[in-house]
Design a protein around this ligand. Structure first.
Ligand code: ATP
Ligand code: MG
Length: 597
């Protein structure tokens, strides 16, 4: 067993801070900076100090061990990449503003890799040519660059960050499924070992292309992803990926003809519903609600090539457009507001009184019009009449208006019907929670292999296109997610597997005997293979040392102090706070036992 080096706080490159950094919005960021794990170098760009780098490497090693265990082979690609492969897949353009593009001295185009599908595909193409070479899984743990629109929360969303990315190469779908399943199982082991509480949810494949995909989300209120779970079945999905159950068409033979009515001063759904109940009460024994209205929202899509395209979305008036869901649907385009200036260019649009009449590629505005899947044939709506102060009643979908398609952009709400078990007659409903995406696994299929012409000879000597998977974990984001999952009011509280060291030995008092005993204990522990952080700072008060130990968050703290006179030291559990006094002579063995579990 190797003898770990003892980290001595008297010389360790570390300064803990009393105050929270001004720019820290979430606990993990605040605590990682205060406890001396990371320092900001620029927005979304961080340096790791000794303690932080140890945690990062421990996380990486857990990932490495589990990737190796499924037979994936570690490689390492450059971060500085040529443009051409990314042109071949169109990602040089599609990645939009998130891509860091750089020029060399000769004017050649390069990029800082945001993810490496292209490079792995080309490397395999370079070296392999037969089905006998497959299956193959390669991975790397490497620095990635993305010029995120909103870098935030320290390591959670950086512009430079670490990613473990792996790629699988198979001859057919059955092979891909097996590679995907192996990765999925490895991810479960990784996140279990990292001590994270997480859920696996269905996901959108986004800019990657491809089909089946799942995300691993660490449960955290500060997470940027919202997911839903069913209360009855095991359905769980990122809200981006939720498919609304499509209702059956409604018969409308006896529906009255649509009629436009004056509805003065009703530019919002609430004012409209109030007006309808006052002036046009329903005769079916219930009042009008927002769900009876069809709300038409216009946004501006900005495509990666800079083209701006208005998009209209029709949805039941009791729901808002969900930015995250819409964003995922229109990717790689970005969504901006449709401004008053934009309205000026479209005099046919009556703001606040928009109706399907002028929308759609066949309408006067020529603006693409997509409907929420709930707006099925035969449903009856109140909606704008395209004139200020007027609405149309009894407008029947499929009879009076159509669309250019459907879009899943309406918000998903707790209590909504589960799309999975509603299909077989059960009536589960959805509940929502927030999480941090820590891993994402995709079945890419042939998109990249086709674009870059990765083919191998099959058993019959025929050339076939390879099918691929891509699998990512963010070790740097995982460090913050673990902190987020485990911190308490005193500071960080690491799970053993990723703690920067195994034990924090604190020497308190002025007596040199205390320092000598603490140093001797540290040596003994080190000889037993235990990693030690030794607080041997002279002239620092016990109070400061205890506070620092709690802030730094090593799971086991040993105090060598007052008790030494009676021949005992104190072993304290950082999380439970439980203390135990043990004779000095037995301390090392006891601590080693605790550390090994
Ligand atoms: P997000 O939706 O949070 O932007 P993503 O879908 O872009 O994530 P992937 O492209 O699937 O993420 O990247 C794989 C993994 O890399 C993610 O699961 C996450 O753990 C990590 N990751 C992605 N972007 C960042 C970032 N900006 N900072 C830190 N880690 C990141
Ligand atoms: Mg992203």
């Amino acid at each position: 067993m190797a003898t770990p080096r003892i980290l001595r706080m008297s010389s360790l490159f570390l300064r803990t801070l009393r105050d929270d950094p001004a720019d820290a919005e979430v606990p993990s960021h605040r605590l990682l900076v205060r406890a001396g794990y990371i320092r900001r170098a620029a927005p979304g760009i961080y340096s790791y100090l000794p303690l932080g780098y140890r945690v990062l490497r421990k996380v990486e090693n857990v990932i490495r061990e589990e990737m190796d265990a499924i037979g994936a082979q570690e490689v390492h690609f450059p971060a500085l990449l040529p443009r051409e492969p990314y042109d071949a897949t169109n990602r040089w353009t599609e990645y939009g503003e998130n891509l860091f593009r750089v020029k060399d001295r000769k004017g050649g185009d390069y990029l800082l890799g945001p993810t490496h599908e292209e490079m792995f595909t080309l490397l395999v193409k370079d070296l392999y040519s037969s089905y006998k070479d497959l299956p193959l899984s390669l991975y790397q743990i490497q620095t990635k660059y993305r010029d995120e629109a909103r870098p935030r929360a320290g390591l959670l969303r950086g512009r430079e960050f670490v990613m473990k990315d792996s790629y699988s190469f198979d001859i057919d779908q059955a092979g891909l499924q097996a590679s995907y399943d192996a990765h999925r199982a490895a991810y479960i082991r990784i996140f279990d070992r990292l001590g994270l509480s997480y859920v696996i949810v269905r996901a959108m494949s986004g800019a990657m292309g491809g089909s089946a995909s799942e995300e691993f989300l660490a449960s955290a209120d500060v997470g940027e992803d919202t997911y839903v779970r069913c209360t009855t079945c095991d359905y769980a999905a990122n809200v981006e990926a939720v498919r609304v159950p499509v209702p059956a068409p409604v018969p409308y033979d006896d529906a009255p003809a649509a009629h436009a009515e004056d509805t003065p001063d009703t530019p919002t759904i609430d004012t409209l519903v109030d007006f309808l109940n006052a002036k046009h009460p329903r005769d079916e024994g219930r009042a009008w609600t927002a769900a009876d209205t069809l709300k038409n929202v216009i946004v501006m899509l900005v495509h990666p090539d800079g083209r701006r395209e208005p998009l209209a979305i029709g949805l039941p008036g009791d729901r808002d457009v969900d930015e995250q869901r819409l964003g995922a649907q229109v990717e790689p385009a970005e969504v901006e507001a449709f401004t008053d200036k934009d309205f000026e260019k479209h005099p046919e649009l009556a703001k606040g009184y928009l109706g399907p009449g002028v929308l759609g590629e066949d309408g006067a505005s020529k603006i693409r019009f997509l409907l929420d899947p709930r707006v099925v044939e035969g449903t009856r709506w109140v909606t704008g009449a395209d004139e200020p102060g007027r609405h149309v009643l009894d407008l029947v979908a499929g009879r009076d208006f159509g669309s250019d398609g459907t879009i899943e952009a309406a918000e998903v709400r707790p209590g909504d019907t589960c799309p999975e078990c509603s299909a077989d007659g059960r009536d589960g409903t959805l509940v929502a929670a927030r999480g941090i995406e820590i891993g994402h696994i995709f079945q890419l299929g042939k998109k990249y292999a086709e674009a870059l012409d990765l083919k191998v000879l099959d058993e019959n000597g025929k050339l076939v296109t390879v099918t691929m998977g891509s699998y990512g974990v963010g070790p740097s984001r995982a460090v913050a997610a673990i902190a987020e999952n485990t911190y308490d009011e005193l500071g960080l509280a690491w799970p053993r597997e990723v703690s920067p060291v195994d034990v924090h030995v604190v020497a308190t008092g002025k007596d040199s005997a205390v320092f000598d005993a603490a140093a001797a204990l540290a040596d003994e522990l080190s000889a037993l293979g235990v990693e030690v952080l030794l607080d041997d700072r002279p002239k620092v008060s016990p109070g400061v040392k205890f506070k620092d130990a709690e802030l730094i968050g090593v799971p086991t703290i040993v105090v060598v102090g007052k008790g030494l006179a009676e021949g005992v030291v104190e072993i304290k559990d950082r999380v439970s706070g439980v203390r135990e006094e043990v004779p000095v002579a037995e301390a090392a063995e006891r601590v080693a036992g605790v550390v090994r579990g």
